[in-house]
Design a binder for this molecule. Structure first.
Ligand SMILES: [Zn+2]
Length: 77
């Protein structure tokens, strides 16, 4: 199979635009997730302390009274 210069140009352009589009899509998705995470606030049911950003930790623990994750309620700003 032999590509002409025009075919090669369009193939190159298609691949280039696909890479740009996929990168943009991934960036937007990551940004939306970070925004959503930043809006969450966990409130302790025992003492009322709040944790704005628990990070990536799976288990929450209250910094003031030490209550476990089951006592927390989730609030969105
Ligand atoms: Zn607490």
């Amino acid at each position: 199979m032999k590509l002409t210069l025009v075919q090669f140009f369009f193939a190159y352009l298609t691949v280039f635009l696909a890479i740009i589009f996929i990168s943009w899509f991934m960036y937007e998705r990551r940004r939306n997730r970070a925004e959503h995470r930043a809006r969450r606030i966990f409130i302790c049911g025992c003492c009322g302390a709040d944790i704005a950003d628990p990070g990536r930790s799976l288990r929450l623990r209250c910094r003031s009274c030490g209550a476990s994750q089951e006592k927390f309620t989730l609030k969105e700003k």
